[in-house]
Design a protein. Structure first.
Length: 204
């Protein structure tokens, strides 16, 4: 397979750890063309979150009065964080017989319990979608400043010698007319790599 298949110079920019100057220039050009669309993206997600918030309010109002007891969403953002034992709660061990008794009772009311379980799920789902849309709007809002800082950081990394094998200067640092390093691990070794495979100093 051709090594260039893995090193796209257009979206979605599959660099796979190696990035050349020509790829970086194409990437920066694409980012600069896409950056002006971020305010529209932010507005879209803000409008969508407001629409979902209205739907969530109607749904919560409905389920607060249509069940045997008032149902409410249990979605709280803090509960998504790991507890003191990590992401997995402690599992009680000596509860098999009580669990079986309770499960047999619940079978009688399975339809009712599933209805109420579904109700809470849908309310939580809408709240989670509202949070997601608001997060996407925030990302779009913060985007321009973050992009400027990240692209500047990329320029600094290209100038760092410790990254020269991964960030390949295929436009400004050539050896016998070719880049010193491969832009993809599947590509054939470069003349510089072949001439220096024994650890000798490069001949310029």
């Amino acid at each position: 397979m051709d090594a260039t298949t893995y090193t796209r110079t257009g979206a979605p920019f599959n660099f796979l750890g190696n990035l050349s100057e020509s790829q970086k220039n194409a990437f920066v050009s694409w980012v600069n063309r896409a950056k002006p669309t971020l305010p529209a993206v932010q507005t879209f997600h803000q409008v969508r979150s407001q629409q979902l918030r209205k739907s969530a309010g109607l749904l919560e109002k409905f389920y607060a009065t249509s069940a045997l007891e008032a149902l409410a969403p249990t979605f709280v953002k803090d509960t998504w964080q790991p507890g003191p034992n990590g992401h997995f709660p402690y599992a009680a061990r000596n509860d098999h017989i009580p669990a079986m008794v309770v499960s047999n009772v619940k079978k009688v009311f399975q339809t009712r319990l599933v209805h109420q379980d579904d109700a809470v799920f849908h309310m939580n789902h809408l709240r989670a979608q509202v949070e997601r849309q608001e997060d996407l709007a925030q990302y779009a809002s913060d985007g321009p400043a973050k992009i400027t800082a990240l692209l500047a950081r990329l320029d600094v990394l290209f100038a760092s010698p410790e990254y020269q094998a991964a960030l390949v200067k295929d436009l400004t640092d050539l050896y016998k007319g070719e880049p010193r390093y491969r832009t993809n691990g599947l590509a054939a070794p470069t003349p510089w790599e072949l001439d220096n495979r024994g650890g000798n100093s490069p001949t310029l």
